[in-house]
Structures are given as C-alpha cells and as structure tokens.
Design a protein around this ligand. Sequence first.
Ligand SMILES: N[C@@H](CCC(=O)N[C@@H](CS)C(=O)NCC(=O)O)C(=O)O
Length: 213
Amino acid sequence: MDIALYYAPVTCALVPYVNLTEAGATFEARPIDMRKGGNKTPDYLMLNPLHKIPVLVVDGKPLTENVAIQIWIARNFPAAKLLPADPWQEVKAISLLAWCASGLHPHLSRYNGPKKYCDAPDPEAAIRPIALKMVLENFQVAEDLLAGRKFFFDHYTAVDAYFFWCFRRALQMNFDLEKLPNCHRHFEHLNARASIQKVLAFEQQVKTQFGRP
Ligand SMILES: N[C@@H](CCC(=O)N[C@@H](CS)C(=O)NCC(=O)O)C(=O)O
C-alpha cells in the first residue's frame, strides 16, 4: 500500500501525521507551502478542489476530511487501536472527531482569519470576541470529559491527537486558557508522546525548508 500525506506546518495535517505514526504506517509526507499558494495549484486542486490540507493519498486515490482520514487509518491499522474496540465507544470517538472538525476547528479558523468571514470595517473586532467565546465554550466540554483521565477514552485514540491540535492552535493564538487545567494536563502529556515529538520535529524541518522561523 502506497500512502502519501499532504502536509503543511501548523495545520491540522498534524493529526493524520501523528496517527499514521502511532499506527506504524510507512508513509511519505509531502510538504505544501500554503503561503506560496501550494494548496491552490491545479495539481493540488485535483486532489482537493476545496484547497484544504490534509489530503491522504492511498494507492493514488485522494481522501479528504480529517474525520474520514482518521477512520481510514484506524481501520487499516487495527493493532494501533486508534478507535475504541467497543462499538458504542467507537461511535462516541467518531462523534468527538467530528466535534473537533466541525465544532472546534471552525471557531479557531474564524479567530485566526476574521477577514475571510466578515466584511465589516474592523473584522478582527467584530469576529474575534465571538469566536473566542465559542472556542472556550467548546473547550469546557473537553475539560469536563478529561476530568481525572489521561485520554478521552481508556487508551490513546485518534481523538487525543485531534484535540491536542485544537488546543495547540489556541495556545499559539495566546488565548487565556488558565481555567482549563485538565486540557493543559492532557496537552502536556500528549506533547511528550513520541509521535507528537516526531511531527513537531518534522514541522520545524519543513518551516526551515520554507524559510520560516
Ligand atoms: N474540514 C477539513 C478542514 C481542513 C482545513 O480547514 N484545513 C486548513 C488548515 S488547518 C486549510 O487547509 N486551510 C486552507 C484553505 O482553506 O485554503 C478537514 O477536517 O480536513
């Protein structure tokens, strides 16, 4: 099986990179420089007409959307237990993956790029406080789920990497997250994991390659 992952630094492509690594999969990460429009070239648009990263290409066939990508990895590398074995717990995990993708990520995107969502004179002032409120409301759900727990489920699952990425983006945007000790603990614990350290090293390598600090 030939697996390629289209990846860009800082983006949610971190999640499949981590889970492919957790799965022990052999894959080629193909870095895309979004600042130079690498996700809008004709070749990339053939893979994903919506110019989003990540795309997973399996034996030449592109798969978009992080939720589907994580499920594909979990199904094809069952030994890694990236989703819980119990059927109910499995769909609960898929529910949390979908929540990261459609509940959390869009609010982070709105905070990060308000101009894309608002044509009022001062988009940052109009959008950011609302987006921040929505992110914090969502993080509170995670805070409750993570109370007294190392992971969202009994062991590491794909959900942990996805939530790690969401929380990392919020930290990078300097949100005040002081009132979320369980999320912080989860973040620090994940941060020490070998798969996360591997993607962070790769991210730095790609940034250097792209001439960024
Ligand atoms: N729903 C998509 C969202 C992916 C997404 O928004 N990716 C961002 C980076 S984190 C992106 O590629 N943005 C560039 C663009 O929209 O042109 C998924 O879950 O895979």
